[in-house]
Design a binder for this molecule. Structure first.
Ligand SMILES: Nc1ncnc2c1ncn2[C@@H]1O[C@H](COP(=O)(O)OP(=O)(O)OP(=O)(O)O)[C@@H](O)[C@H]1O
Length: 299
């Protein structure tokens, strides 16, 4: 169990902001920090890792005291059993994949963990390559493997997937989940992606201006937005066409073009380029597994 009760004054673009945290994380839990830019997510991870000092408070991990400002106790970052992975891979460019992992070994540590991680992250065929020869997703797998060499108990992930494309992101999520389960990690992820949060997390902590505004399962936290039987998407208007008594509004949602029927009064204020919210309560969506959709030549 991790108990975090800390405060820190931050200097934000709009002035001073108090980051005020009080939450608990169970062992082996997968927790996501969610919140607007500047709400204090990175600072929270940095205070857990000890890289940033809290002004006051306590952090205890399995009854071990990592921070107690009253007693002036502060466990140095290198003594906290933590791995920290950022968006920036920070690999050593002059070392091969295997050498990057070997370098992370502690003195006298059993080297078999390197083999195990090369296998888990499916990096064996790339083990002699240098980082410059790897794709973004491959580099991130190496960064993840390297972070796990010392068998940390806590894994901190600060938007590690934001620099890779959607397909790679989904694969990396699976690698992270595999590592989380195999090594019985307690993982704290910073993410802005609601689908990713649903897939990965046991618990979501929402930060707003330094304060925890929600703390619960993804369903509990996002229920008013997503899980209420109501679908909501944000899109951009590409075209508005008039047809007899109705209008057809052509909207781009992600990579999809969707046509929505609207009455005159609904489109009064709408122009091409406007961002719009498309919501529906009363339709019955058809679910189709993506890899079972016939290829276009079969249609
Ligand atoms: N050591 C510090 N002392 C004072 N203020 C800080 C410190 N570190 C960060 N800040 C400020 O605290 C605010 C929150 O920063 P933080 O990086 O934690 O936000 P975030 O939620 O991770 O944002 P983003 O999603 O953009 O990464 C920012 O305005 C930042 O400038």
């Amino acid at each position: 169990m991790i108990v975090i009760q800390i405060q820190k004054k931050l200097q934000s673009a709009t002035g001073e902001m108090l980051l005020n945290l009080d939450f608990e994380i169970r062992e082996n839990e997968f927790v996501t920090l969610y919140g607007a830019s500047g709400s204090g997510k990175t600072t929270t991870l940095r205070m857990i890792s000890g890289l940033t000092q809290a002004d006051k408070g306590i952090i205890t991990v399995n009854n071990e005291n990592w921070l107690d400002t009253n007693k002036k106790n502060q466990l140095p970052p290198q003594k906290r059993n933590i791995a920290y992975v950022f968006q920036d891979y920070a690999l050593f460019p002059n070392m091969s994949v295997r050498e990057n992992l070997n370098y992370a070994l502690e003195k006298g540590q059993d080297k078999s963990i390197v083999e195990e991680l090369l296998a888990l992250m499916e990096l064996q065929h790339l083990q002699h390559q240098k980082p410059a020869q790897l794709s973004g997703g491959q580099k991130q797998r190496v960064a993840l493997a390297r972070a796990l060499v010392r068998r940390p108990k806590i894994l901190l992930l600060d938007e590690p997937l934001s620099a890779v494309d959607q397909e790679m992101r989904i694969k990396l999520q699976d690698y992270i989940l595999q590592a989380h389960r195999k090594y019985q990690l307690t993982t704290i992820l910073v993410s802005h992606d609601i689908a990713e949060i649903y897939k990965m997390s046991d618990k979501v902590i929402v930060l707003e201006n330094g304060i925890i505004s929600k703390n619960g399962s993804p369903d509990e936290v996002f229920s008013s937005r997503l899980a209420s039987g109501k679908f909501q998407f944000v899109g951009e208007i590409l075209k508005i066409e008039k047809e007899n008594f109705i209008n057809i509004v052509v909207v781009l949602i992600g990579n999809n073009i969707v046509k929505i029927i609207a009455m005159d009064e609904e489109i009064q204020d709408l122009n091409i380029g406007n961002k719009v919210l498309i919501a529906s309560k009363a339709f019955n969506p058809i679910l189709t597994k993506i890899d079972s959709v016939p290829k276009s030549r079969d249609l």
